[in-house]
Design a binder for this molecule. Structure first.
Ligand SMILES: Cc1cc2nc3c(=O)[nH]c(=O)nc-3n(C[C@H](O)[C@H](O)[C@H](O)COP(=O)(O)OP(=O)(O)OC[C@H]3O[C@@H](n4cnc5c(N)ncnc54)[C@H](O)[C@@H]3O)c2cc1C
Length: 392
């Protein structure tokens, strides 16, 4: 019998890959190896509803444990993959020893970028990635009045919104001149700046942290403008780094992500990489791209599963993303390289259509879900709409 598929990483992409293989009729063994103790679960609620509510981590699970038994998916949880032996087609796990594979899928995700400052390891300086972090942050929020969030990207702002909703005094410190600056248009940044400020969040732009104050516990931060901001809790949300070490040690091509082709194959034909850890040739602009989104993890998993099932198809899914910060932001396409934008709608609900070379490349919708769905459809179509078709 074939050794089957071994998936390293039991997160969004790893779970979907295993499920899609079984859906597609894959009959050989599937083993899902994950270093976290929980069965596969969704991360998005962690910065949103989970922080404000009282549900346990089981509320986040994709499927109950019986799903994995019923579908013959062996879960090896609290198990870390340590090394890939490509020659012998096997992986060293801890605990568990060697695991042979016929096909290997790397779905190792990303981890939070650490803050390189003295004091960053203090107990009340926290980050959010997994369910354990979510539980710890929720408990910390319940006993903290003043919260400083370092980083004004999607994650930092979602945590800011949730922390405010449970009554904390919140300050967000962002190094860039605008919020979510790497990912959205200036109009959307402005809208969310005004929105968060209107809810009482203090937002400091164009500043970073030069020091974390306090010895036994963090008591605040010093900004690069030399201003001290007191805090009972500091949340670090300064981006992530892809987990590529296993791939690199195995001699696979790695450059700011595990390099894959249109079918999500790495430089070794029996090994795929999917989700946050993979850098792929995007069919939607931007050259080699690495995305951190549920859509990307799910659609890449489906695409890699199809390849393993002998039905290869290029990965061309339209990228889309959402962020819930009290107001709902939805993004279709990759909008970072836009040369021109057209805004439709009013101050409370609007969409920013983004163009490059006079052609639609994406849309950012604030409280306009119908526009988002329509934009995804337009981007998926063969003929991209021209700028002239959009009234200013
Ligand atoms: C708080 C939060 C909120 C988010 N909100 C949104 C949102 O609103 N919208 C959206 O589109 N996306 C959101 N995302 C992003 C989305 O959750 C990720 O893009 C998605 O989970 C990526 O899936 P993945 O499987 O690639 O990685 P993950 O889901 O991170 O899974 C990777 C898994 O691999 C494990 N692993 C790593 N190395 C090893 C190893 N050596 N051995 C064994 N296991 C290993 C990790 O522990 C992890 O469990 C959010 C993410 C976070 C953290």
């Amino acid at each position: 019998m074939s050794a089957g598929v071994v998936v390293l990483g039991a997160g969004q992409a790893g779970f979907q890959l295993a499920a899609s293989l079984r859906e597609g009729g894959y009959a050989d063994p599937i083993t899902l190896v994950g270093e976290e103790a929980e069965p596969p679960y969704q991360r998005p609620p962690l910065s949103k509803v989970f922080l404000k509510g009282g549900d346990g981590p089981e509320s986040l699970s994709f499927r109950p444990p019986s799903f994995f038994e019923r579908h013959g998916i062996a879960l090896r949880l609290a198990t870390r993959a340590m090394r890939i032996d490509r020659e012998a087609a096997r992986v060293l796990t801890e605990p568990g020893g060697w695991l042979s594979y016929d096909r290997l899928v790397l779905a190792t995700g990303a981890r939070n970028r650490p803050l390189a400052l003295p004091g960053a390891a203090l107990e009340n300086v926290v980050a959010l990635r997994g369910a354990e972090d979510g539980l710890a942050l929720r408990a910390a929020l319940a006993r903290s009045r003043r919260v400083v969030i370092i980083g004004g990207g999607f994650l930092g702002l979602e945590v800011a919104s949730s922390a405010r909703a449970v009554g904390a005094e919140v300050t967000v410190i962002e190094a860039g001149e605008r919020l979510m600056g790497r990912a959205v248009s200036p109009a959307v940044s402005r809208h969310f700046l005004e929105y968060h400020r209107s809810r009482g969040v203090v937002v400091e732009l164009g500043q970073t942290i030069s020091a974390i104050l306090g010895e036994a516990r963090a008591e605040g931060v010093t900004t690069t403008e030399d201003r001290d901001i007191p805090a009972d809790l500091i949340v670090v949300a300064v981006g992530v780094v892809p987990n590529t070490e296993l791939a690199e040690a195995a001699g696979l091509a790695v450059d700011r992500g595990i390099i894959v082709d249109h079918a999500l194959r790495t430089s070794h034909p029996r090994i795929h990489a999917i989700g946050d850890c993979a850098r792929f040739p995007s069919a939607h602009g931007g050259g080699l791209t690495r995305l951190e989104s549920v859509q990307n993890a799910v659609d890449q998993a489906r695409c890699a599963a199809a390849d393993i099932l002998g039905k290869p198809q290029p990965y061309e899914a339209v990228p889309w993303f959402w962020s819930d910060q009290g107001e709902r932001l939805q993004i279709a396409g990759l909008t970072a390289d836009a040369e021109e934008t057209v805004t439709q709608g009013g101050p409370e609900a609007f969409s920013v259509y983004c163009f490059r070379n006079g052609v639609l490349i994406g849309a950012e919708s604030v409280n306009r879900p119908a526009d988002h769905v329509k934009a995804r459809r337009m981007l998926a179509g063969g003929e991209r709409p021209q700028r002239a078709a959009f009234a200013s």
